[in-house]
Design a binder for this molecule. Structure first.
Ligand code: FAD
Ligand code: NAG
Ligand code: NAG
Ligand code: NAG
Ligand code: NAG
Ligand code: NAG
Ligand code: NAG
Ligand code: NAG
Ligand code: NAG
Ligand code: NAG
Ligand code: NAG
Length: 632
């Protein structure tokens, strides 16, 4: 081992800073950390959909780039590489970061969450509402993946475009017209390697790094299936052509339709995978960049926790603006407290701390929880909070960790008397009383159960289970917070989504009315499936035998989410809570950007992974253009 290490260090020295195409394991690098003092053009923290592709793009443009990732590489592990294993991946301790979050400040409401999680006295988890004596409340599990490729390694891979307004709002806030929705599609075209449409179909890409695929749905031709009867009823209730459902279920969800956001429409669910079901993710792009014969100057450090961004000792004497110039890191595996292995007896609790330097810029891409934590640990955040933890204030930026947003999710779940049959129905529609022109609900229905996250999720209710999972596309949940729990970078922050604080009743009513519509469609399943025995949100065999108020109350305590965004968001110059400008630059400092889901001013549609990858491609273009101009 030691010999290998020495030669690794020697290679780095020989390369004289040109460190082309290499992956370094922080566990091994730890031994030489004290002498670790390399300089790169760019340092990117976090290898998820925001940071991973960005680091690759910068290296491919010829800039020496260090990509720092706290986790290790599970890319060849079939739990991750086969997309169909995503539930197993989501539970796997080899990548899992458990954040124990709150939905509100009300401890009674929190513990009514059916999958609230406790630590029992013997160290195991208890999930439920009747904990054994002595159990310690942990919170609501919010999974993240601490691994090369980030959450794109354990997610469901569902691809969907944001609403045009989700891009256009940046234009309104900042005046930067490069964010206009019709100018953003080029990033999809750039990254996509479409496998399901004729080559060169307008609006799609065929030569990018991200494979997209669909499973063609043929079942809907079979009119004898209860699922087909349900589908037809859904078509009727949402104003679609009932005679054409077999074609409509195969519509392209990433298609370039005029006024797409106002359409009630069925789609075939696209996922980031290849035709054979292999997950396509930033992990693949990073590996391809490292392996490329062109020897791009990308260095990846696994098992390395970024603990803070460093700033030049003396501020720029002309402008007095702090200049980011490096990153402090701790080397070793499972160093972050959210990693369930961190408490294992055989895990080293701390690793050696060292510094790496950025000639040009540092880009933070730790995801919606970690990016604000990293900024705050670095002295960039609300001054009062930083002072409380004795962190020297580099820049008082009150918006860091505020306005955390997320899609609200709920599920209409029932057991039929027999299986419903058929396949997945994907539908985007406007719930009956929603305001504005746009559709607000993304639902997918089928014989599965998805009720949110907890250790061991999901529940298998057997072959008769049937669900419509609902995502609220336009939530007003913009009141969440990510606050430091400690100045120790290994301790996860306190996260409270403050669900339903703004316009909660309206948003809950939209979900209830969506469930009512879908439940009405279900009754078309007929014999022998009926009656459905509904689990939630309106329990029983009465097919909606409860009031909207009952449903809202249940959805309020049981809603869940997993698309966190907006905790370091782009905002207007005159907005005191704006963290970034439209070029992803952290306001008030130089040489520092945030490029991940935290940058969105609001949740980007129903599913964030593809929007985040598009945003990352835009950021790469901006950063490279600035480098060429000689600006920041
Ligand atoms: C179970 C699950 C299923 C999902 N399903 C879907 C889906 O089907 N479709 C969809 O669109 N979205 C889905 N999502 C959400 C989507 O995957 C995320 O929104 C997306 O990955 C966010 O990308 P990101 O780059 O902002 O952050 P992340 O993916 O969280 O990446 C951040 C990376 O930074 C690393 N990191 C963090 N802090 C540090 C540090 N201090 N030092 C070093 N490294 C650090 C982390 O290890 C991680 O690799 C799902 C999420 C989950 C959890
Ligand atoms: C580390 O690198 C910085 C920047 O290149 C340099 O100024 C410093 O002298 C180096 N320190 C050591 C101990 O090598
Ligand atoms: C730990 O305690 C829980 C609750 O008291 C119990 O159900 C479980 O079986 C125990 N596990 C072990 C390994 O003892
Ligand atoms: C942007 O501003 C224009 C003009 O005020 C308005 O019509 C439009 O709805 C706004 N768009 C968004 C997404 O806020
Ligand atoms: C509905 O679909 C059928 C079958 O494809 C087609 O013949 C018919 O023209 C469609 N009706 C409308 C109004 O588009
Ligand atoms: C200080 O900032 C000004 C304006 O951004 C810039 O022109 C100058 O190069 C900076 N000086 C140093 C030493 O970074
Ligand atoms: C470390 O301990 C855990 C259980 O505490 C075990 O599952 C794992 O295999 C051990 N790892 C090593 C490398 O020994
Ligand atoms: C829409 O709202 C009105 C007024 O609250 C209500 O009476 C009606 O039932 C709602 N429609 C649906 C389909 O829920
Ligand atoms: C949200 O609530 C505010 C204040 O009550 C109200 O003015 C606004 O119209 C509401 N918005 C929606 C979309 O319901
Ligand atoms: C309808 O709800 C009432 C009141 O909760 C309950 O008594 C009854 O059993 C329900 N009926 C069905 C068919 O679920
Ligand atoms: C005209 C055009 O854009 N042709 C492209 C179609 O797609 C193939 C790859 O699938 C490209 O090689 C062509 O250049």
């Amino acid at each position: 081992m030691r010999g290998a290490l020495v030669s690794l260090a020697a290679t780095a020295l020989f390369a004289g800073g040109a460190l082309a195409g290499r992956m370094i394991d922080g566990r091994l690098a730890a031994d030489r950390a004290s002498s670790d003092n390399s300089t790169y053009d760019y340092i990117v923290i976090g290898s998820g959909p925001g940071g991973g592709p960005l680091a690759c793009d910068l290296a491919r443009a010829g800039y020496s780039t260090l990509l720092i990732e706290a986790g290790d590489d599970q890319g060849d592990n079939p739990i991750y590489s086969e997309l169909g294993n995503f539930n197993t991946a989501g539970n796997d301790p080899d990548s899992r970061w458990d954040f124990w979050i709150k939905h509100s400040d009300d401890p009674v409401r929190e513990k009514e969450f059916a999958h609230y999680t406790y630590r029992t006295t013997n160290g195991s988890f208890y999930v439920g509402t009747e904990p054994p004596a002595g159990a310690t409340p942990l919170g609501i599990q919010y999974p993240r993946a601490g691994t090369l490729g980030g959450c794109a390694m354990h997610n469901g891979g569902v691809c969907s475009l944001p609403q045009d307004d989700d891009w256009n709002i940046v234009v309104n806030m900042t005046g930067d017209t490069s964010w206009e929705a019709d100018k953003m599609r080029k990033y999809l075209i750039k990254v996509e390697k479409n496998t399901y449409l004729p080559a060169n179909t307008t609006g799609h890409g065929f030569n990018g790094w991200l494979s997209t695929a669909v499973q063609p749905a043929r079942w809907a031709h079979d009119n004898t299936l209860p699922a087909t009867r349900v589908l037809k009823k859904m078509a009727e209730l949402t104003g679609q052509n009932v005679s054409d459902v077999a074609n409509l279920v195969n519509q392209d969800i990433l298609g370039d339709y005029p006024h797409k956001d106002t359409l009630n429409a069925f789609y075939n669910m696209a996922q980031h995978e290849d035709k054979g079901g292999k997950r396509s993710s930033p992990n693949n792009y990073i590996k391809a960049t490292l392996k490329d014969p062109k020897n791009y100057p990308l260095t990846v450090r696994l098992n390395t926790l970024a603990t803070r961004v460093l700033f030049a000792d003396s501020k720029n004497t002309t402008t007095k603006i702090p200049q980011a110039n490096g990153v402090e890191v701790m080397s070793g595996a499972s160093l972050y407290g959210a990693d369930p292995r961190h408490t294992n007896a055989n895990v080293t609790k701390q690793g050696p701390v060292s510094k790496v330097w950025a000639r040009r810029e540092v880009i933070v891409a730790g995801g919606a929880f970690n990016s604000p934590q990293i900024l705050k640990l670095s002295g960039v955040g609300p001054a009062a909070e930083l002072t409380k933890f004795k962190i020297p204030v580099v820049k008082d930026l009150p918006g860091v960790g505020e306005r955390l947003a997320d899609n609200y999710e709920g599920s209409l779940l029932a057991l039929g008397q027999q299986p419903v049959g058929g396949g997945i129905i994907t539908l985007m529609f406007k719930s009956p009383n929603a305001t504005g022109p746009n559709r607000n609900i993304f639902t997918w229905c089928g014989a599965f159960s998805f009720e949110g996250f907890w250790p061991g999720f999901p529940t298998d209710y057997g072959p008769n289970e049937y669900e419509c999972a609902m995502v609220h596309i336009n939530p007003h949940s913009q009141a969440g917070t990510v606050r430091l729990a400690s100045a120790d970078p290994q301790v996860p922050p306190d996260i409270n989504f403050n669900f339903f604080l703004n316009n909660g009743t309206e948003d809950l009513q939209h979900l209830a009315e969506a469930a009512n519509l879908l439940r009405t469609a279900w009754q078309a399943a007929g014999a022998p499936v009926l009656p459905f025995n509904e689990k939630h949100p309106c329990p029983g065999t009465g097919a909606g035998n409860c009031t909207d108020a009952d449903e809202r109350a249940l959805l309020k305590t049981q809603a869940y989410s997993h698309h966190a965004s907006s905790s370091c968001a782009i905002g207007a110059e005159n907005d005191p809570l704006a963290v970034l400008d439209s070029k992803f630059r952290v306001r008030g400092v130089h040489g520092l950007r945030v490029v991940d889901a935290s940058a969105f001013p609001r949740v980007p549609g129903a599913f964030p992974v593809l929007p985040t990858i598009m945003l990352s491609a835009k950021a790469a273009e901006e950063i490279i253009s600035d480098a060429k101009k000689g600006t920041q």
